[in-house]
Design a protein around this ligand. Structure first.
Ligand code: PEP
Ligand code: MG
Length: 587
């Protein structure tokens, strides 16, 4: 990278580390602001050329989108790439394209203006609809409109970003993250968003360093500025000073050396020095992630987010289509097992026929919606059960807040089994059924819930959000999202003890399971499984393999006796420094 000139002052922005790694490179400011379009008259002699500009721009836009589609299919699978198919369909809409050409001829106005006006009309109509899903699709229409306008102007599009860059943006959607990842993106830095947002999860899966919640990055950075991004410490330096560059290079070296020590870790068992085994599995959203999870030494999938199939769709996939996906995941993971979480839609997640809610995180989410839509739930459960023939499928319900919901969900499972039996369709009669503990009421009832299911998995992302009343995606309250909050730790311990009292396996699939600072504590508290994003798996395994369970228990007891999150964090940091100095922990 260029060494900053003395005149360019260094600006340090503090956010939250969302995906690990360090990168240096030029900024690319990604603004979703609409391009300014002026209305201009054209002469009759210019008409043919103007229409041709529009046609060329459409053709170029389609070519770009086809490339993005192919890439997204390869990265995310065909179903999840549909969002881009929908955009291509807009471009292929002959009636719309003809209408625009006719208006250029009739009104003798410039092509950009006609595109903005004509497609803008569609968009406005979609935004006026009470249907949340139409609002989402309105963004697609808007994206297509901007793409055509930029191509008419022959302007550079982000999908044609040349060379390497660090993307600076107000927010990033999962789709943006995918589009950019086909370029040589070195890192992502956003003003908004939390570390457990879905775009952040995706950058971790794509192994691209990311820092979120920087608040003012888009105001401080211009395209081309030198940037250093620290995805371990949650820092972005604009025009970094030689001292900052040096410091970050040292950090990067330390992590690299540590990563070298992790080579070969995948083949070793995940057990403590005194031979207590911990299942280390992966959180994934797409079947395409399975090979990497295997390379990382994953013992199966501890959380498969089935709702990832719904990206960019207007309707729920049918039973057969779902079955194909689940079967390929179950086959890919075999002989290990996979925990399929039933559709967890709502909140910040995708929902094909979404409703507008004042407070979606406290709204029609997860199991609540499934129990209200039995026809959807039954097709989903039948597809999951059909994928269970190799006996390695488990089913888990999200957002459970009462025993009544557990019982009703299980009734649907039984009903689905009965139907399959009657139709002589094969499935594993003993498919294990479990509950995600992510709502405080369910945590308090863990004892009773454990009596009725085969396993529990603690979802700390939501459990912390609901316990501490802190929106997981809101950067303004991000410092209050404290996984080491004593109340959180005590609740986790309670759930583990309640589950074990009933001889039920207790895992954790929230992001806390993948935080190296938490590993000793979680092992000491007695969890049976940690399910983490695949990139961090070897590091977590190294920590598990470096301690005695007895000692981890003592450390957990001490941590649980402390009174503030800060005290717990400091205590665990000291433990790590003392016991595992080779593990680079950034606090
Ligand atoms: C959780 O809430 O901890 C969890 C793992 O689920 P998600 O992040 O998908 O809500
Ligand atoms: Mg959750």
């Amino acid at each position: 990278m260029n060494v900053p000139q003395a005149a360019r002052e260094e600006i340090i922005l503090k956010g939250f580390a969302a995906a690990p790694g360090i990168a240096f490179g030029p900024a690319y400011l990604y603004s979703k602001e609409a391009p300014l379009v002026e209305m201009k008259d054209i002469a009759r002699e210019e008409l043919e050329a103007e229409v041709q500009r529009l046609r060329n721009a459409n053709a170029r836009s389609e070519k770009e989108l086809q490339k993005i589609l192919a890439f997204a299919e390869q990265k995310l699978g065909a179903q999840n790439a549909r969002i881009f198919e929908a955009q291509i369909m807009i471009l292929n809409d002959e009636i719309l394209m003809k209408a625009m050409e006719q208006r250029i001829a009739a009104e003798l106005k410039n092509a950009e203006y006609i595109v903005a006006d004509e497609i803008g009309k569609y968009r406005r109509r979609m935004l006026e609809s009470p249907d949340e899903y139409m609002h989402e699709r309105a963004h697609d229409v808007e994206d297509v409109m901007h793409r055509i306008i930029r191509n008419i102007r022959d302007q550079k599009l982000f999908s044609r970003l040349d060379g390497e860059a660090i993307i600076i943006s107000e927010t990033l959607t999962p789709a943006d993250t995918v589009i950019f990842s086909r370029n040589q993106v070195l890192g992502y830095a956003t003003d908004l968003g939390g570390v457990s947002s879905h775009a952040a999860l995706l950058s971790r899966s794509l192994k691209i360093p990311a820092v979120v919640g920087l608040r003012s990055a888009t105001r401080c950075v211009n395209t081309g500025d030198d940037i250093a991004i620290d995805g371990y410490g949650g820092i972005v330096a604009v025009n970094p000073s030689p001292a900052t560059i040096e410091r970050l290079r040292n950090t990067a070296r330390r992590f690299r050396e540590f990563e070298e020590q992790l080579v070969g870790m995948a083949e070793l068992p995940a057990e403590t020095l005194d031979h207590r085994s911990i299942e280390l599995s992966s959180n994934i959203e797409f079947a395409e992630e399975i090979p990497f999870a295997r390379i990382q030494g994953s013992a199966g999938v501890g959380l498969y987010r089935t709702e990832s199939q719904l990206i960019g769709r207007g309707e729920y996939p049918g039973e057969d289509e779902q079955y194909e996906v689940y079967k390929s995941v179950a086959d890919g993971v075999y002989p290990h097992s996979v925990i399929f979480r039933t559709f967890d839609v709502g909140g910040d997640k995708l929902m094909p026929d979404a409703v507008s809610e004042e407070n979606p995180f406290l709204g029609w989410r997860g199991i609540r919606m499934m129990l209200d839509r039995p026809e959807l739930f039954m097709a989903h459960l039948r597809a999951l059960l059909r994928a269970s023939v190799r006996k390695n499928v488990r089913i888990m319900f999200p957002m459970i807040s009462s025993l009544h919901e557990v019982r009703r969900s299980k009734e649907y499972v039984e009903k689905a089994k009965k139907e399959l039996k009657e139709q002589q369709i094969r499935f594993d009669e003993k498919t294990k059924v479990g509950v995600m503990i992510e709502v405080p009421s369910a945590a308090l009832l863990a004892d009773e819930i454990a009596s009725e299911v085969d396993f529990l998995s603690i979802g700390t992302n939501d459990l912390i959000q609901y316990m501490l009343a802190v929106d997981r995606d809101n950067s303004y309250v991000a410092p209050l999202f404290q996984q080491f909050h004593p109340a959180v730790l005590r609740m986790i311990r309670m759930v583990i003890e309640a589950g074990h009292k009933k001889h039920v396996w207790v895992g954790m699939c929230g992001e806390m399971a993948g935080d190296p600072l938490a590993t000793i504590l979680l092992v000491g508290m007695g969890l049976d499984e940690l399910s983490v994003v695949p990139p961090v798996l070897p590091e977590i395994k190294k920590i598990v393999r470096s301690i005695r369970h007895r000692e981890a228990k003592r450390i957990a007891e001490k941590a649980l006796s402390l009174q503030t999150a800060e005290d717990v964090k400091k205590f665990l940091t000291d433990v790590m420094k003392q016991k595992l100095p080779e593990i680079p922990i950034e606090v």
